[in-house]
Design a protein around this ligand. Structure first.
Ligand code: NAI
Length: 349
């Protein structure tokens, strides 16, 4: 036996307890398993797709989980009365089969309905007496070019994504504030971040959620409530005719679940972030402002229209590296501070 092997064996014997736990799988990569014992999570739209994977992972890690799904079609119509409870119930059954100790409950409300959202939170409190985690995931699509989009298409999509996430957060907020703890996750989309043909309604709702999340992160801070937004990409019913088959195996909904579940853990101190999960790729988004231009040669009463036009390239496209501090702006206050320093440097005569 060489000296390296004998030192390794001596090290393992000295750390016998950790070694045993490493072998049994209760320690991953030198750290404790991430668990949620005693905590309660509500996952909306958890009857299939991404939400189902969040529910499975949370239940496997000891959380009480409320599986909400009103069992609608992809465009939001309620499926036949006989199917009404199926999606959420099937997930509850699967979790109970896989994790017989799990505490799970199905709920069939629509999150866009005030009474439904309130009832879901009330029911959760009645059964589990607390809500630590809220994952706003339920979603529908009604894609049409803006020329063809009806007011109903707009209202239904915004109703589920934006109003539904608002209503659920609204009813959970006092509970989280009172217990001085809460973790909220919103679900956005690249369609919101970049826009997408045929998705004006969906893109608006998805970008609105980032504003809502950023503000809840600020207002929740003093009560130890965090709020983050995820931007997922996964092969699900929602994307079944969009994502090609060969890509679908790289984009399993289960790959996204660790991000969402980690954001819901007490160890994760991140709040007010927008994090993308595309298959097994994860990365954070942030807004970037150009270096911009201060138009100082205008008259007293107005900014010069011609000067603005002449500076257009600099205003819109100057992200030059020597001014990269601009990219580091993360909060409204940093933004205001930066603006003040520009005003300070460019005092009007
Ligand atoms: P999915 O269609 O597989 O599942 C969505 C679930 O939400 C369905 O089971 C549906 O019955 C439920 N639901 C819809 N309206 C509801 C309401 N008012 N109340 C309660 N439940 C309701 O969709 P998927 O792909 O799992 O999407 C989950 C979330 O992720 C959605 O918010 C979606 O917009 C978002 N997303 C998904 C992407 C993807 O690549 N799959 C990309 C970007 C965002």
């Amino acid at each position: 036996m060489n000296s390296l092997s004998s030192s390794l064996i001596r090290f393992l014997i000295r750390n016998l307890r950790t070694t045993k736990r490493l072998i049994s799988g209760t320690v991953s990569q030198g750290s404790e398993k991430i668990r949620f014992d005693g905590q309660t999570a509500i996952v909306t739209g958890a009857g299939r797709g991404l939400g189902k994977e969040y529910a499975l992972l949370l239940a496997s890690r000891g959380a009480n989980v409320v599986i909400n799904d009103y069992n609608g079609s992809r465009s939001g119509e309620v499926l036949g009365a006989g199917d009404l409870e199926n999606a959420a119930n099937l997930v509850v059954e699967e979790i109970c089969r896989l994790y017989p100790q799990a505490n799970v409950m199905a709920d069939y409300s629509s999150v866009s309905d005030e009474a439904g959202a309130r009832g879901l939170v009330d029911k959760t409190m009645k059964r589990f007496n607390s809500v630590q985690i809220l994952i706003n995931n339920a979603g529908i699509l009604r894609d049409k070019s803006f020329a063809k989009m009806t007011i109903e298409d707009w209202d239904l999509v915004n109703g589920v994504h934006l109003r539904g996430s608002f209503l659920m957060s609204h009813f959970c907020w006092p509970i989280m504030r009172a217990q001085k703890y809460g973790k909220i996750v919103m679900t956005s989309s690249t369609s919101g971040l970049y826009g997408n043909f045929g998705q004006a309604n969906y893109a608006a709702a998805k970008m609105g959620l980032i504003g809502l999340s950023n503000t809840l992160a600020i207002e929740g801070k003093s009560s130890n409530i965090s709020c983050n937004t995820i931007v997922p990409m996964a092969a699900s019913r929602m994307t079944q005719d969009i994502i090609p088959e060969e890509l679908a195996r790289r984009l399993k909904p289960a790959y996204v679940a660790p991000l969402v579940v980690y954001l819901c853990h007490a160890n994760c101190q991140t709040s007010g972030s927008v994090i993308e999960a595309a298959g097994r790729w994860f990365g954070r988004h942030r807004l970037q402002r150009s270096a911009g231009s201060y138009l100082s040669e205008a008259g007293d009463r107005e900014t010069s229209l011609e000067q603005l036009a002449a500076s257009w390239q600099e205003i819109c496209s100057d992200f030059s590296s020597k001014k990269t501090t601009q990219a580091a702006i993360e909060t409204f206050h940093e933004h205001l501070g930066e603006l003040m320093s520009v005003f300070e440097k460019n005092r009007d005569q």
